[in-house]
Design a protein around this ligand. Structure first.
Ligand SMILES: NC(=O)c1ccc[n+]([C@@H]2O[C@H](COP(=O)([O-])OP(=O)(O)OC[C@H]3O[C@@H](n4cnc5c(N)ncnc54)[C@H](OP(=O)(O)O)[C@@H]3O)[C@@H](O)[C@H]2O)c1
Length: 270
């Protein structure tokens, strides 16, 4: 039975730990967790029964798989003091946004097995897209990654570089972008005398309904689904013509590119 060490007890690592326990993928006794400040770690231990360690280094002695649930700006500070204690058999899984597999290898030279992961905020309801880039071709490393992250949603293996950046922006930052669009819908309804509660509910149901229809008709392209709700010269067609004239797609692509540039900046370790 392998043991899993979670360095950091923040949002992501907590969501992963809870999903792994709720799906009985892992048992509490297989999980060790450390965190910089004690409060949230103590609460997690109380809620789940996982092991707590007070020093990050203790995770390395206890566990084969180490999950780094850290912000990129905290990564070097957390890892450099313990880097030489990693051993070749460790597998390192990193959630640090923007930090490449090559940078991880530079930070932890003793290890050869790395996985870089990009989830999104929907991990807590297990509907995340989970992008994973794996160093090397070892099939067991991919199976381990699949086992660890499929309880959180849809695991997508992707090459590093542009595909990983595109997934990060579309699927992780993308949740924030979709909320921005939802706010536009909500504001329109508020401007037309719906109460805040009604405007929120109507917006959420519209986005949810569109997404669930696409799930239900998984063999139908999004374009065909859209065509089904557009009648020639109707009001939807008029609105869509205007959206296209305003080149909303071009504007959104500029925003996506800006987010990619920021992702690259964040990944530069000191
Ligand atoms: N949240 C999301 O929706 C999301 C989505 C996609 C990707 N990500 C990525 O996932 C990573 C983690 O994000 P998060 O939202 O989980 O961040 P978070 O909630 O801030 O968690 C980070 C945790 O790391 C702990 N930490 C920092 N330095 C440490 C050290 N030296 N030793 C031990 N623990 C240390 C922090 O402890 P303290 O309690 O002292 O602060 C904190 O609990 C980030 O790289 C983020 O970009 C997050």
């Amino acid at each position: 039975m392998k043991s899993y060490g979670f360095l950091g007890a923040g949002h992501m690592n907590q969501a992963i730990i809870k999903a792994l326990l709720e799906t009985q993928t892992l048992q509490p006794q297989q999980i060790w967790v450390s965190n910089r400040s004690p409060g949230k770690l103590d609460r997690l231990v109380e809620q789940t029964g996982v092991h707590k360690v007070s020093q990050n280094e203790e995770l390395l002695g206890a566990c084969e798989i180490i999950v780094l649930g850290l912000k990129p700006q905290d990564l070097s500070q957390a890892i450099e003091p313990i880097s030489s204690s990693f051993e070749p058999q460790h597998v390192v899984v990193s959630l640090a946004a923007g930090v490449s597999l090559a940078s991880l290898k530079k930070l932890i030279p003793n290890v050869t097995q790395f996985v870089r992961v990009m989830p999104n905020a929907a991990v807590s309801i297990r509907h995340s897209v989970v992008g994973c880039a794996v160093a090397g071709e070892a099939p067991w490393l991919k199976s381990l990654t699949q086992q660890l992250f499929s309880p959180l949603g849809q695991v997508i293996f992707v090459e590093e570089g542009e595909p990983f950046e595109a997934l990060t922006v579309a699927c992780s930052s993308g949740v924030g972008f979709v909320y921005e669009l939802m706010e536009y819908w909500q504001d329109w309804l508020l401007d037309h005398d719906f109460s805040p509660a009604e405007a929120r509910q109507m917006t959420v149901e519209t986005f949810l309904g569109a997404a669930l229809l696409a799930v239900d008709k998984s063999r139908t392209s999004l374009e065909e689904l859209q065509n089904k709700v557009v009648s020639k010269k109707g009001e939807t067609a008029a609105g869509l013509d205007s959206i296209r004239e305003c080149e909303i797609e071009r504007l959104l692509r500029i925003s996506f590119e800006k987010a990619v540039m920021r992702d690259r900046e964040l990944g530069q370790l000191d």
